[in-house]
Design a binder for this molecule. Sequence first.
Ligand code: G3P
Ligand code: CA
Length: 375
Amino acid sequence: MPVTFTKSALLLSMLLGIGQAHAANQPSPAALANRSGIPHPAVIAHRGASFDAPESTAPAYKLARDLGADYLELDLQRSKDGVLFALHDDNLQRTTDVASKFPERKDSPANAFTMAELKTLDAGSWFNTAYPDRARPSYEGLKVLTLDEIIDIAQGNPLHKPGLYIETKEAKQFPGLERDLKEKLHDRGWLSPTASKLAKSALGVGQGKGKVVLQTFEKSSLELLQKEMPQVPKILLLWVGEGSIEPKSKVKFAESGDKDKAAYYAKQEPKDKAEFQRWVDYAKAQGAIGTGPSAALTKGGDQSYSDLVKPWMNQYTHDQGLLVHVYTVDDAVDYQNVMNAGVDGIFTNRASELLKFYKRPAAASVAQVLTNNGY
Ligand code: G3P
Ligand code: CA
């Protein structure tokens, strides 16, 4: 189903952003996004439509695409034999049957496996066990996807072409990953210059200047991405903790007495205002077009982190001429909270719900799209 980033959508984004004035010498966040070819507000399908289908697999990415998400998000890793692929975790235990196929190597990092080995794994059945209410027999035996295969999916719907929002995950483990990514994107025609800022047609972000966004938590990877692909928009991901923003409290989760990590993270905050600002300033200095901060979710859960989208934080980021894309938000109450706080786009596992929230509902239901795609 075609999704057009129309004038009305632009107007909507501006209306949703009226709670925040921007610095007099800065364009509005909507104008900043438009300049980079990025929809405002943006719908970023986190590991695909991963609430409704196993994360980072074909049904999850096809569903996100066909619902009309702006971007397919993925965490990039490299196999032992040099193939780029998508996987969030360091190892394969949570999302595949590695423990039964390779019991002696079950704890090994994913990059210790060749692509042929990775392709023997079942990356779908775990979802049916974890979420029986969303289980489908067709999810059994799903494959780990290469970046090439995700590009094929992104290009595969003639009526809607999402962009790619690619994270270099634990990039220090993969020397040369940024260059490998550049070569792949170049080979696939995803680095070709595009005249239009936003896709003018109904086809979507994948046809415009903002068709690829690069994201990382690692400063060194941001610098390498900027060196390799200076023309491609980049986001510095932020959270409070080791390797990112220094926390006010040094108490570890294990000593905190908190009932779960969400409760612990909810209390974490930057050491001080200047520490948060230093990270934003760094992102800007390295050529990023924005930041990707964490959010604390109303319901908690394993994707609830520190609240780094307080209005003053977003205001500061906007005042530096940067955008804010928050991760990872799935419920309407939280969509509203983060939009009220001034963010410019949302990573979500539930693209269908965020599209509804933004008044861009998909033409077909999740179940219909999954069925149409053979799942
Ligand atoms: O990339 C944005 C968000 O995905 C960061 O968190 O851990 O889900 O990759 P994570
Ligand atoms: Ca990610």
